[in-house]
Each structure stands twice: as structure tokens, then as C-alpha cells.
Design a protein around this ligand. Structure first.
Ligand SMILES: [Zn+2]
Length: 484
């Protein structure tokens, strides 16, 4: 497994969670990255620092949103200060659950939102009264942005590292959207998606709340590895148990303290095991509310996928929270096109949920639904591809070859039907049965649903790994299975 070249500069930054997003990576400084909102909307210099409202009059400095500021000249100037709501006086003793209920944002309301077909503006007729959100021991007043910290029950208490949680609390009522990234610590694109999206939000103009956890598996991230320190896959232990294994407890803590506050969830991932995914939404399309939710992401690829037991997506749906995974790119790298595609989909989602004011002048592009199948290496050896990601291929086309480097015998992997490559492995050494190409066929969503339901009745399929195929043999299932 190659060590990611980009981690050396990322890791030191994360040693101080409060500074992690205060300092744009050096590699970005030379490029005109549109980090924040358009120029017309660039008063993002920590607006929460203004002494408005009950919070933050004289709170200690603790690294609140350190918004990179785009000046007209272009360079990004980090601003690493502003007050932190953690220490702010709590003038409103409302419980967080009540503030959510006050806004009419329970799960049932969420289901209503997800059923909205186009650009719903929730509660636009209701009086705009939003209470402060209390989360993770902190308070976020309406119209404010705050960085809170989740304390996973990991390592020794004395050296445990808090995980930053970014919260933008809208001034108007609306749903709570949660974004989780890097549950697999080597998946970097989602981290950058959360950063770009969260720091372009203007809480005073939002109707609803956006909660972003950029790096759920901070320990894995620091090591550049997918799994937790004990080599368990955190994304097989949700919703977790209070007194279970380490992974189960971490999962329980996140689910109980953060995820249960969400009306919607998008869990951000990339391909696994040196596989790359075209940007895509995956959800259990047998459920109408998941189809409705997936439609809110705009013109993106949508695949049916039954979630594996223990995934965050699976647990959230079981708890009544519409949830999908957003897959884009591959692990161990930052891919600008994949990140951009993900951010665009998430922005469209915010617009369609009515959380953000839509700026579009024309109808939102609609998602394209696919049925898909993984094609596996018929033998072990060196995999070399003839095709590229998202390429349209024809039945009979040779996608790649696998060659034994010693015997010089090889096999071709051939497309069994016309389709589009929604995911594929990078050139690498593979074992027999390695899932190499993810070939999709565009279909009407009704047909996708019908096929999914029929297949489930005929022969229940093993659920898919959220990043790759089911039963690929590449996931260390042995370490995923806990003794009772
Ligand atoms: Zn993943």
C-alpha cells in the first residue's frame, strides 16, 4: 500500500484540530482555488465574531471557523482567530432536542422534505424562530458557525484526540444535513469536499443546519490507513454498542452524539484497495424515500446498493434518517475533479432541500440511474487496463488484461454488455477474483427498483461494501468479525 505523498503536510496540521482548517495547505496556495463563496458574497471573515446575539461577547479565542478569505487579488489569507461558542454563556437553557423539535425538523418532517420534488422551501410561511443548537457540549446560536469536538472513546482518556465537527446553524428553520468523511482514514476526497462546502456557507442566510465531520477516523487518517488502530473497519460497527468492542463504542458514540441529530446524511467515501469510482450516489433504491433523497443531488450517477450491515448508511436508514453514500475517486489521493463533482452535488442538495437559497436560473439536472455489475480478474497477476474511468464500452471490448509475470500466461477481462465504467482498479498486482471493473447500464429508476426487488426475492444478494463490490475478497473480513 503506497504511502500517500500528500499526508506529510496534512498530518502535522491535524495535530492541532483547531488549526487544521485554519491554514490552507501550501500546495493550494499557488492555485486560484475557489475556496469560498463568490466575490459578491465574501464577507466570510468569521461573521460569528460579531457580538450579536447571546453568544461570543467575550468568549476565549479557541479557533472558530478560520475562514480563508479570497481577496480580489486571489491569494488565500488564512484567518486563525475568532471566538468559540463552546465557552459562550448559555442564555437559553433549551435542550438540543427541543430546539430541533421547535423547528419542526424531526425525522418525520425530514421524510416530508425528502419527498419534495423540486426546490422545496421548508417552513417558508412559518415564523422564523430557531433556537440555539446544543451539540457535543457546545452551543451554536442561529446564524452562527462553530467548530465543536467529538471525543471518541478511543485510546487512553488522557491522550485521546478530539475530532473536529463543523456546524453551520442557519438563522431560519430547516432540516439538518450531516456530512461525514474519512470513516475510512485513507479516503481524502471527502475531507476536502466538507471543507469546501462548509466554509462557503453563510449561516445567517441558511434555513436549516449543516453538520460536517471532515475526518471521522482521525487515527486512521494520521496513519494513512483505512481502518481503526485495532484494524477493524469502523464502517461495519454502526450503530454500535455502549459496552461493546472498541470499534463498537466509537461507532455508538458518533451515532448517539452526532448522527441522531441529523435529518439527512451523506457519508462520503472513495474506492477502496486502489480502485477509483466515478462520482456517484449509492443508496438502497428499494426505499422510495431514498430515491427521493438521491434525486436532490442533481445530475449525478445513482446506483442501487443494499448497504452492508454495520455501515453508517445502513444504521442511519434503520434509524429513520434518509442516508446515502457519495463515492468519488480513489483512496490515498486528492482528486480535484472528483472533489468538485462531489461539492457540486452537495450544493445542489442544499439548494433542493431549501437549506441554501437556490441561485439557479434553470431546472436542476436530474440524476442518471444505473444498474451495475463488478467484473473480476479471472486469474492473479499484473492487471493492465485499456480503458479509463467513465468511458463508454461495448460488449466484447477488452477492458484489460491480467498476466502472470513468471509463466507469461494471461487473461483478458471482457465487457459482457454495453455500458459505462463507473469504477475500476488502477494498474496493480491482483489476486484471482479481484473486482477490477464496475460496469453500469443506464436504466429508468423504476426498472432499477423492480430488478432490485426481484433479485432480492429470488436470491438475496450479499450487501455491497460501500466502497467496492460485495465479497471481493479484498476486504479483511476476518478482522471485521467480532467474537460475540
Ligand atoms: Zn470508504
Amino acid at each position: 500500500m503506497p504511502h500517500p505523498r500528500l499526508l506529510p503536510w496534512l498530518c502535522p496540521l491535524l495535530l492541532s484540530p483547531a488549526l487544521a482548517f485554519a491554514t490552507p495547505p501550501a500546495a493550494d496556495q499557488g492555485t486560484p482555488v475557489a475556496v469560498v463563496a463568490p466575490a459578491v458574497d465574501n464577507d466570510v471573515i468569521a461573521p460569528e465574531a460579531a457580538p450579536a446575539g447571546p453568544v461570543a461577547v467575550a468568549a476565549p479565542v479557541d479557533g472558530d471557523r478560520a475562514a480563508p478569505v479570497a481577496t480580489p487579488a486571489g491569494p488565500i489569507i488564512p484567518v486563525a482567530n475568532a471566538s468559540h461558542g463552546d465557552a459562550a454563556p448559555r442564555t437559553t437553557p433549551a435542550a438540543d432536542s427541543r430546539s430541533i423539535a421547535d423547528a419542526g425538523l424531526g425525522t418525520s418532517a425530514a421524510a416530508d422534505h425528502s419527498g419534495a420534488t423540486d426546490n422545496a422551501a421548508p417552513d417558508s410561511d412559518a415564523p422564523a424562530s430557531v433556537g440555539p443548537l446544543q451539540l457535543l457540549g457546545g452551543t451554536i446560536a442561529p446564524g452562527e458557525f462553530n467548530t465543536l469536538h467529538w471525543h471518541p472513546p478511543q485510546s487512553f482518556t488522557s491522550i485521546a484526540t478530539p475530532v473536529p465537527v463543523l456546524v453551520a446553524r442557519g438563522a431560519q428553520p430547516g432540516p439538518t444535513l450531516c456530512l461525514t468523511a474519512a470513516i475510512h482514514g485513507d479516503e481524502l476526497n471527502g475531507i476536502e469536499m466538507v471543507r469546501r462546502l462548509m466554509f462557503e456557507l453563510e449561516p445567517r442566510e441558511l434555513a436549516g443546519t449543516v453538520i460536517g465531520v471532515p475526518i471521522v477516523n482521525l487515527e486512521g487518517f494520521r496513519r494513512g490507513e483505512r481502518y481503526l488502530t485495532d484494524r477493524r473497519d469502523l464502517n461495519r460497527h454502526f450503530p454500535g454498542t455502549e459496552d461493546g468492542s472498541s470499534a463498537g463504542r466509537i461507532a455508538y458514540s458518533l451515532f448517539d452524539q452526532v448522527i441522531r441529530h441529523c435529518d439527512y446524511l451523506a457519508d462520503l467515501h472513495t474506492g477502496s484497495q486502489r480502485r477509483i469510482n466515478h462520482a456517484q450516489i449509492r443508496g438502497d433504491l428499494r426505499h422510495e424515500n431514498i430515491v427521493a433523497f438521491a434525486r436532490q443531488f442533481g445530475g449525478i450517477t445513482v446506483l442501487h446498493g443494499k448497504a452492508a450491515s454495520g455501515t453508517l448508511r445502513d444504521a442511519a436508514v434503520a434509524a429513520g434518517i434518509p442516508a446515502v453514500t457519495l463515492e468519488a475517486g480513489g483512496p490515498h489521493r486528492l482528486e480535484d475533479d472528483a472533489v468538485e463533482a462531489g461539492v457540486k452535488a452537495l450544493e445542489t442538495l442544499l439548494d433542493n432541500l431549501g437549506v441554501r437559497k437556490a441561485k439557479r436560473l434553470w431546472r436542476t439536472p436530474q440524476p442518471v440511474f444505473y444498474e451495475s455489475r463488478w467484473l473480476r480478474a479471472p486469474q492473479g497477476g499484473i492487471l493492465l487496463s485499456n480503458v479509463r474511468l467513465n468511458q463508454a464500452v461495448r460488449a466484447g471490448e477488452v477492458l484489460g488484461t491480467v498476466t502472470d509475470p513468471v509463466s507469461n500466461t494471461g487473461s483478458a477481462i471482457i465487457a459482457p454488455f454495453d455500458g459505462r465504467l463507473l469504477g475500476m482498479a488502477e494498474n496493480q498486482v491482483v489476486h484471482t477474483g479481484f473486482a477490477a471493473y464496475h460496469l453500469g447500464v443506464e436504466k429508468r429508476v423504476e426498472d432499477v427498483q423492480e430488478d432490485a426487488r426481484r433479485e432480492e426475492q429470488q436470491s438475496p444478494t450479499p450487501p455491497s461494501d460501500d466502497d467496492g463490490p460485495s465479497m471481493s475478497g479484498s476486504a479483511p473480513a476476518d478482522v471485521d468479525t467480532e467474537a460475540p
